[in-house]
Design a protein around this ligand. Structure first.
Ligand code: ATP
Length: 369
């Protein structure tokens, strides 16, 4: 079946190391999303899987077979790219049939039947006799998928297949692609720089940066237990808050904040000097400071002031500063309920529960807690 094993894959272009010693096992039928910022090596990894690039070092196996020297046509994969690359002079039917052209063992009638069956599944039967320029972006994308699916490949490789669609259609196609992948049960490697696609579509997410694999796991595992600062910052929107400072044993000391460490954090950060506190915006609780006496505040409560509030309807992003902080940048941002209205410039009480605090090593960026 369509399991993929990538062992110590390295790909260099001259001085540039696009992929650096990447090892990753992808299970049969799994939907794996490869995500990371522009230039991190995602597309190059996918192109090595496809046979469009030759690895500088390392090995690639699909369904247990060694792939390094196999031409793309003999890899039993189907690819869908950002530009759908449909043939403009051919009808949808001919474009889809083209996917079968190099497949052996199909009679002409069987090819036609297969095209019609897949068109039906994708809801594009009525488009079969149109040309690509008579289709919307979403319809073209479906045809491109159809052309890939007709071949019944072991593996789908997709490189930003939704990025040419508008936001609404992209959201619809996300769901549709997921459903299709489950229906066809095909191992899928999907490349995107969009962390929402990574979080919502995948069985597992692999995060890359600078050619290196940072972490791989189910989306919520990456969200709740990031192994380093890069993954913590890349996954999650709005982004995790980071505050840099020093480990003073029993507490964190930053420029404007101190935060006491409980026994669990103290043990976890023991030995580190420079540390970075991380807290998700939804874990920063904000309440009005009206009538609150600062001397009554608990260990994990702080008075801050609201610099900007961004209403999103169901939620607000509240940007917070320490009262003494004259720098331009905000110290924290919090995600609050849409009905929690705080005045810009007002004082609020911020509570950060230690069970929600991540701590990263200031130098390596590795998660300590
Ligand atoms: P994007 O999201 O922008 O497509 P990516 O994560 O897919 O980025 P890659 O396209 O894999 O990144 O590129 C990784 C690195 O390798 C980049 O520094 C890129 O400039 C370099 N690179 C990719 N292809 C080539 C090539 N054919 N020749 C030279 N350098 C290349």
């Amino acid at each position: 079946m369509g399991a993929i094993n990538i062992e110590n894959l390295t790909k260099r272009f001259g001085e540039t190391t696009a992929v650096d010693d990447l090892s990753l096992d992808i299970a049969d039928s799994e939907f794996l999303v490869l995500v990371g910022p522009s230039g991190c090596g995602k597309s190059t990894t996918l192109r090595c899987l496809a046979g469009l690039e030759t690895p500088t070092a390392g090995d690639i196996y699909i369904a247990g077979d060694h792939m390094n020297y196999r031409v793309p046509q003999n890899r039993d994969i189907a690819m869908v790219f950002q530009d759908y690359a449909l043939y403009p002079h051919m009808t949808v039917r001919a474009n889809m049939r083209f996917g079968l052209e190099e497949e052996e063992g199909y009679t002409k009638a069987e090819r036609e039947a297969r095209v019609e069956e897949i068109a039906e599944t994708l809801g594009i039967s009525e488009l079969l006799d149109r040309k690509p320029d008579e289709l919307s972006g979403g319809q073209q994308q479906r045809v491109a998928l159809g052309r890939a699916i007709v071949r019944d490949p072991e593996v789908f490789l997709m490189d930003e297949p939704l990025s040419n669609l508008d936001a609404k259609l992209r959201a619809e196609m996300r769901t549709e692609l997921q459903q299709l992948q489950h229906r066809f049960d095909v191992t899928t490697v999907y490349v995107t720089h969009n962390q929402t696609e990574a979080m919502t579509m995948s069985d597992r997410v692999a995060v890359m940066n600078d050619g290196r694999l940072q972490q791989v796991g189910p989306p919520l595992e990456l969200y709740h237990a990031p192994e380093n600062r890069f993954v913590a910052g890349f996954i999650g929107e709005p982004m995790m808050n980071f505050v840099e400072g020093r480990n003073e044993g029993d507490r964190f000391v930053g420029t404007y904040v101190e935060y006491p460490f409980d026994a669990t954090i103290r043990d976890a950060v023991d030995g580190a000097d420079d540390v970075v506190l991380g807290v998700r915006p939804e874990d920063v609780a904000v309440d009005t400071a009206d009538g609150v006496d600062e001397s009554d505040l608990g260990d994990y409560e702080f008075v801050m002031h609201v610099s900007v509030i961004e209403p999103h309807g169901d939620q607000n992003v509240v940007h917070l500063n320490h009262p003494g902080d004259t720098s331009e940048s905000d110290l924290l941002h919090a995600l609050t309920g849409g009905t929690d209205i705080f005045e810009q410039g007002s004082e609020v009480v911020v509570t950060i529960d230690p069970s929600h605090v991540h701590v990263f090593d200031g130098e390596s960026g590795d998660a300590l807690h």
